[in-house]
Design a protein. Structure first.
Length: 290
């Protein structure tokens, strides 16, 4: 019997986080990216619940209806600390699993660094480890990543993101998943999560935290040497217009534990375009490490 999705709010040390959840059992946290919202996992959560998991999709910090953090921190380690605090609140001291797409994937890699053996398994989608992304920054990938530089422009990026009913979000969805005929109903929750100026600034804050990390020699060295023993499966889309499939080459060098990589005939939002195939990849990996 398919479980229904319930909305709730969880108090974390730094903010209140809104979540969507269903099911009981070992905790699986499903993290969204940009431009997206927790509803992106509405097809996966009931499947996880039916398979015997407590499936939880938070609205990441700064995305309504979660709080906008007072500290303005959006670096990957801060995002990962949110994940650990959420796991502590929902399943104290118990092992948990993580599924992350886009910024959720980046957060997942950071969480693997902080959680250690408590993170039983990780599935990431659409983004390789940061060291592989930087190592494959070709001219073609720089063109795909134009928005990352544009988002550094204060005021300009905020206005562009808000203009014409957030038409920039539609553009990114079309460019990144060119084979997906999404509907207004699909994208409406994303625009709702970013409807307020403070929420849009928060979403841009994720990108504005990147230069400080990349330009810091010590942090960059640590990032390029990053490895984990957490069992990890990476899923990428063969037609992804955001991060090209070639960027994932060599990702296995970042993992000392069980690792594999799977491709789907889809774009950046492969979990929405091919939900049945994506769910099977997630469940197979979680079951193998339960």
């Amino acid at each position: 019997m398919t479980e229904s999705i319930v909305d709730a709010r969880i108090a974390l040390p730094d903010l209140e986080m809104a979540i969507r959840h269903c099911g009981e059992g070992p905790l699986v946290l499903c993290l969204h990216g940009f431009p997206d919202s927790a509803q992106t996992w509405d097809a996966l959560l009931p499947g996880l619940a039916d398979a015997g998991y407590q499936a939880v999709a938070p609205f990441m910090r700064g995305y309504a209806p979660s709080d906008v953090p007072g500290d303005g921190a959006y670096d990957a380690l801060t995002l990962a600390r949110d994940v650990l605090a959420l796991a502590d609140a929902l399943a104290p001291e118990a092992p948990f699993y993580l599924v992350g797409h886009d910024w959720g994937a980046i957060t997942g890699y950071a969480a693997a660094s902080l959680a250690g053996a408590r993170l039983a398994a990780l599935v990431t989608a659409a983004v390789p480890p940061t060291s592989r992304f930087l190592a494959h920054m070709s001219a073609a990938q720089m063109r795909r990543s134009w928005y990352m530089g544009f988002f550094q422009l204060p005021g300009v990026a905020e206005r562009a993101l808000a203009a014409r009913d957030m038409a920039l979000i539609d553009r990114l969805w079309r460019d990144w998943s060119p084979g997906w005929a999404y509907t207004r109903a699909d994208i409406a929750p994303v625009k709702a999560a970013l409807s307020a100026r403070a929420n849009r600034r928060s979403a841009l804050g994720y990108y504005r935290a990147l230069p400080g990390v990349v330009l810091n020699k010590r942090q960059r060295r640590r990032m390029m040497a990053w490895r984990t023993t957490v069992p990890t499966r990476i899923v990428y889309g063969e037609t992804d217009g955001c991060i090209g499939p070639e960027v994932f080459a060599g990702s296995q060098t970042c993992f000392d534990g069980p690792f594999d990589m799977q491709a789907l005939a889809a774009g950046h939002f492969m979990h929405r375009e091919a939900p049945v195939a994506f769910e099977r990849l997630v469940l197979d990996w979680l079951h193998a490490h339960r």
